[in-house]
Design a protein around this ligand. Structure first.
Ligand SMILES: Nc1ncnc2c1ncn2[C@@H]1O[C@H](COP(=O)(O)OP(=O)(O)OP(=O)(O)O)[C@@H](O)[C@H]1O
Ligand SMILES: [Mg+2]
Length: 327
């Protein structure tokens, strides 16, 4: 058993230079993924979920200023030479992008892109690589792999492109898969089987899986641990079952109340969280959730709470006593 965690973010800060100065989009995120486990990153749009991982892996479209560390088996990806980082990505770390069509090269058939992903597997000859590409497509429930392999990305649907990307991310049996909203373009039956497939890879090979999603319901039954993000920060984290059963942070409670699959009850109207997160870069004195919080107190307006222990393996960033919230 390797003593080092499979993947770790340590105090990650990501800032972009804008016309009005620096905009901080990730503000000190720390989290750990152990081998053979699945961590779900949940939160609303704009909470910094994608940026935390894209920046850690050098995959952002523009170059941000980054502080902190992103450790893969103890090796810091942020200061790693580009050549080594490229070798790790696609081989030991598979990334499923939120927008498949932006990842797939428009002028190349799917087959060329899949064979390119297998490039590092020197032991395979061309026909073995072709077979591996077909098998990878079949494993994401693509029933006509031959047609898809010969297609250009614009000839396949968004859902199909998403599955192709998952197949590419998994094709080299990576040790860590980071899947950013991997199932948004899929219909319900395929969604469940694709999530199951991702999870099976973790269970079978002791890999690690990070699922980024705005739907906390997707984490139930899939993830071992959850990190809830809000305004570029992790505001609650811990074992998934424990968080889903008794969320400590009022924001997590709101997310769960807004997830119909989790409450099970027939709701006349989704209990959506009123309002929206503060815009990235807005200077805040107090808790970033204060304006939307049903239990806001005076202290919440002046100082942002840090994460603190609220139960076995659990942390929450809220001033209000947990006992009061969990009760
Ligand atoms: N290149 C950039 N320059 C400036 N700000 C950026 C840049 N890329 C992203 N942002 C900002 O960073 C914040 C976090 O974005 P991010 O994509 O991480 O959100 P997210 O949680 O993944 O949301 P979604 O669920 O919509 O995918 C957003 O406010 C976004 O506008
Ligand atoms: Mg995103």
């Amino acid at each position: 058993m390797n003593a080092l965690p499979l993947f770790e973010l340590r105090d990650l800060i990501v800032r972009y230079k804008g016309v009005q100065g620096r905009v901080e989009v990730v503000s000190g995120v720390s989290l750990t993924v152990e081998q053979g486990t699945c961590l779900a990153i949940v939160g609303e749009s704009g909470s910094g979920k994608s940026q935390s991982f894209l920046s850690a892996l050098g995959l952002t479209s523009s170059v941000p200023e980054i502080q902190g560390a992103a450790l893969f088996r103890g090796h810091d990806l942020i200061n790693m030479p580009k050549k080594d980082l490229n070798a790790l990505r696609g081989d030991r770390i598979g990334f499923v992008f939120q927008n498949p069509h932006s990842f797939l090269a428009p002028h190349l058939r799917i087959e060329s892109q899949m064979l390119e992903a297998l490039r590092g597997r020197g032991a395979m000859n061309r026909s073995e690589q072709r077979l591996a590409a077909r098998v990878a497509l079949s494993s994401v429930r693509i029933e006509d792999p031959e047609r898809v392999l010969q297609s250009f990305p614009f000839e396949i649907s968004g859902g199909m492109a998403q599955r192709v990307m998952i197949a590419i991310a998994m094709i080299n049996a990576p040790d860590l898969v980071i899947a950013d909203e991997p199932t948004t373009a899929l219909d319900a039956s395929v969604r469940n089987s694709v999530l199951k497939l991702l999870r099976e890879a973790v269970d079978r090979r002791g890999a690690g899986l990070i699922i980024i999603t705005h739907d906390i319901g997707a984490a139930a039954g899939l993830a071992d641990a959850i990190a809830v993000m809000y305004a570029g920060r992790v505001i609650e984290t811990g074992p998934a079952a424990s968080i889903l059963a008794s969320p400590a942070h009022p924001y997590t409670r709101g997310l769960i109340a807004a997830a119909p699959k989790l409450t099970g009850a027939r709701q006349p109207r989704l209990q959506a969280l009123p309002g929206g997160p503060p815009p990235a870069g807005l200077a805040l004195d107090g808790c970033p959730f204060a304006d939307r919080c049903p239990t806001v107190r005076t202290a919440c307006r002046t100082t942002a709470p840090d994460l603190r222990p609220v139960g076995p393996g659990r942390l929450s960033a809220c001033w209000i006593e947990t006992a009061e919230i969990v009760a």
